[in-house]
Design a protein around this ligand. Structure first.
Ligand code: KIV
Length: 279
């Protein structure tokens, strides 16, 4: 295994022109696959709510749920930077909540940093978090926790006013001290402009190829979440049908008696007759 990455390594990748990779994980097993495959940042995303907990959105996800999964992911990650995604209303109400809850990700789950959604409106909070010693990743553009305020799950920054707002958000967060910025669902050219304008790495999702790195929800990438797959996702595998086929084959073989076969069973060192006689 190569050495554990640091936040300085992630920042250096932008300067070196090396693309940054980030993927989500919610359990130790998947986290280990990502880590062993050389992914730079493993995000315990609040997408947990939709992908693994069966909620319709990320809004209901709680701190306790996030910490439970972050602790599991921590056990699978050795090299990558571990990012804890702060759930809805764990940081928006005031900066004391933000510092306290971010601190829980670092102290109780062993995360290296946290991610928060929002722009100018949370810049003061981010500044206080960073001053308290918490490394923060920003997340602007389409912010799923507040998607209803943005008119739904829509591309942001298409017209002049809205593009200027996204740029202002990026600059405010950079000034507040984020060490990286997720750009979600904004036009490719706007993402490229922001990537040029700010010194911290941009990590895009639905933001085109001009970003310093890319992030996806792992379940989308491997074809495990078939409820709604956004257009910007590339699925590199299609595991859901394979899992369903394997489960159906197990059910059929148990029903017909084909499973378990002799090679799946254990032998005894005594005769059944001797066992029955002794009882
Ligand atoms: O929660 C999540 O998975 C995320 C990524 C999509 C960036 O925030």
């Amino acid at each position: 295994m190569s050495k554990k990455l640091t936040i300085a390594d992630i920042i250096a990748m932008k300067k070196a022109g090396e693309k940054i990779t980030m993927l989500t994980a919610y359990d130790a097993g998947f986290a280990a696959y990502l880590d062993q495959s050389g992914i730079d940042l493993v995000l315990v995303g609040d997408s947990l709510g939709m992908v693994a907990l069966g909620y319709d959105s990320t809004v209901p996800v709680t701190m306790e749920e996030m910490l439970h999964h972050a602790r599991a992911v921590r056990r699978g990650v050795k090299r990558a930077i571990l990012v804890g995604d702060m759930p809805f209303l764990s940081y928006q109400a005031d900066s004391r909540d933000a510092v306290y809850n971010a601190g829980r990700f670092l102290k109780e789950a062993g995360c290296d940093c946290v991610k928060v959604e929002g722009g100018i409106e949370i810049a003061d909070t981010v500044r206080i978090m960073v001053r308290a010693g918490i490394p923060v990743i920003g997340h602007i553009g389409l912010t799923p926790q507040t998607a209803s305020q943005l008119g739904g799950f829509k591309v942001q920054g298409r017209d002049l006013d809205s593009a200027k707002r996204v740029i202002a958000d990026a600059k405010a967060l950079e000034k507040a001290g984020v060490f990286a910025l997720v750009l979600e669902c904004i036009p490719e050219k706007l993402a490229a402009v922001i990537t040029e304008l700010i010194t911290v790495p941009t990590i895009g999702i639905g933001a085109g190829s001009g970003c310093d790195g890319q992030v996806l929800v792992t379940h989308d990438l491997v074809g495990l979440f078939d409820k709604h797959v956004p257009r910007f996702v590339k699925s590199y595998a299609n595991l859901a049908p394979q899992i369903k086929d394997a489960v159906a084959a197990f059910r059929d073989e148990v029903k017909t008696g084909a499973f378990p076969a002799p090679e799946h069973a254990f032998s005894m060192q005594i005769e059944v007759k001797d066992l029955l006689d002794s009882n």
